[in-house]
Write a protein that binds this ligand. Structure first.
Ligand code: MG
Length: 227
């Protein structure tokens, strides 16, 4: 438990909104279409390649940059060109939960700042976030590369043990745990936990709105160990 919880780093996609919204699936469809249209790949090879890049580099974009020299700006604009309102809307409950949390809130995402801003705006929670650390701010290095986490801490000027991180992927929590952050898995990546990653996860919540409970629990623990 940190002495003071200064920052909460929220992943964006499928963390601040649920996967059932279908938004990330649509972004994924555009990633595949980009590979077919811009890189002339066949629809049959695309899924295998995406899976491979995702495993190797944490994102499809990482693999496309390394192996195909794509322009990240062109790619990011292409895959985020989506009418968000068709998938997500204002989340009043999350708005209230975030308002009650004192620690500074940050978006820490492998996507672009523009996409993050639009998502926050559509969810109606933009006002709570002091920073958006996007893939560009990280020099196009993506989570789960440990360097992405070190850079994020550097940007914020804090130590790992002053932060809590929320992400829907266990893979993205492991390097954070290594740096001393408190880790919260949102969603139900139960298989990953069963596969022995549980040491990397301090809390599991089903929906991001439950983060309020986690923070209250940590705060009361800190108070009781103080007194
Ligand atoms: Mg995510």
């Amino acid at each position: 438990m940190p002495k003071t919880l200064k920052y909460i780093l929220f992943d964006l996609d499928e963390t601040l909104y649920p996967s059932r919204s279908g938004l990330m699936a649509e972004i994924g469809r555009l990633m595949s279409r980009y590979m077919e249209e811009r890189l002339g790949m066949s629809p049959t090879e695309v899924p295998t390649l995406r899976e491979h890049y995702y495993r190797m580099y944490g994102t499809t974009m990482g693999g496309l940059q390394i192996h195909h020299g794509i322009d990240p700006e062109d790619y990011l604009a292409y895959v985020h060109d989506i009418p968000l309102e068709d998938y997500i809307g204002p989340n009043d409950k999350l708005d209230r939960v975030l308002a009650e949390i004192e620690a500074e809130k940050v978006v820490f995402t492998n996507a672009s700042k523009e996409h993050a801003r639009r998502v926050l705006k559509t969810l109606g929670i933009e006002r709570h976030f002091s920073h958006i650390i996007d893939v560009r701010a990280l020099g196009c290095i993506s989570k789960p590369d440990p360097e992405a986490f070190r850079r994020a801490l550097e940007i914020l000027g804090v130590k790992g043990d002053e932060c809590l991180i929320v992400d829907d992927r266990v893979l993205n929590l492991a390097p954070a745990k290594e740096l001393g952050m408190i880790t919260v898995l949102v969603g139900s990546e139960k298989t990953a936990l069963r596969q022995g990653h549980s040491k990397d996860v301090d809390f599991v919540i089903g929906e991001v709105e439950e983060i309020g409970k986690v923070v209250r629990r940590l705060t009361s623990q800190a108070l009781s160990s103080d007194g």
